[in-house]
Structures are given as C-alpha cells and as structure tokens.
Ligand binder design. Sequence first.
Ligand SMILES: [Zn+2]
Length: 186
Amino acid sequence: MSKRLVLIALFGCIPLAAWAFVPTARVLETFRAVVCVDDVICTDDIARYKEASELYEGALQYLASTITPLEKRPLVVFCATERCFQSFGGSESTARSIGRFCIVVSPRGWKPFVVRHEMIHRLQVQQMGIVRQALEPTWFIEGMAYSLSEDPRSELAQPHQQYRSQFEAWYEEVGRDHLWDAARMP
Ligand SMILES: [Zn+2]
C-alpha cells in the first residue's frame, strides 16, 4: 500500500481529534522511518540509541547546571543517515527544530554542543514565550544558542560569528543572573 493510501486509511478510520491524544513519538513512528525508544528519543538506527540517550541527557543536564532547567523534555529525532534527515526537510544544517514539535539531529550533528544548541532554543521559548522568542532579533536568538551551548568552533561562518560576538558583548553587560529578565525587556 502506498504511503498516501495509508494516510487516507488512517485518517479515514480514526477521528482527527483522537490524534491529539497520541504521543508525538508515536505519530513520528507512523509517518517516518524511525523508531521511538521512549516518548522523547527517536532514531533510525536503534543500535545507536545509547549514544543518542547520552547526548540527550547530557544536554539537559548542561542546561540545568549552567543556564536554566528545561521543564518539558523535548522530542528529539537522532538521524543516523542523511536520508532520514532529509525526510524531515533537513539540508546542509547539522540539526533543526520543527516548530515546537520536535528537534531533528543530522548524522553530522551527534555532538553535545549541537544538541545543546537546539535545546537552548526550546529554553528561549520556555523563558520568553513563543511570541517574544519569534520577535527577538536573530543575533540575540542565534547568538545565545551558539554562545551558551559552548560551541567549540573559534570562528563560525558569517553571520553566525557576528551574532555570537554581539550576544557575548550583551551578556557580559547583563550577567548570568539577569539573563532572562533582560531578555524579556521590550
Ligand atoms: Zn539555532
């Protein structure tokens, strides 16, 4: 049966409202070639689940100890193949966030700072609200993610290098204790 027919069959048999109660990880398993080992970690290579889990927990712990704890555990898809990453619309990037639905990590992005970077974007939404996060300038949103994730690259491609420098100058003035208060200021 083609994927399209499966979709029609699924949506024809199950009232749409019912999907609201299906965990997002299960939705992913239905529509993408990934396995969700639990409700927050999915991968197309189950043999690398332990590695994915360590990256995931390490990033959460890092945020909690150095910035602010993330209250809701995000759904992360760890793609071991480019084919998997492309099926989520990924391209040259190492990882991407699909709205608030999930984070997708490319096979090139299985690194602590990459997972931390995407989780910092979730933290921004948690602390600032989705509207504020969307309205903030890119230098602030991306600069914070590159800086606070401790991205080890001394020189990023432009304009990311500029974003990081601009954020770090701002952060030095504001200080860690006032990070979110200052970020919420109009
Ligand atoms: Zn980013």
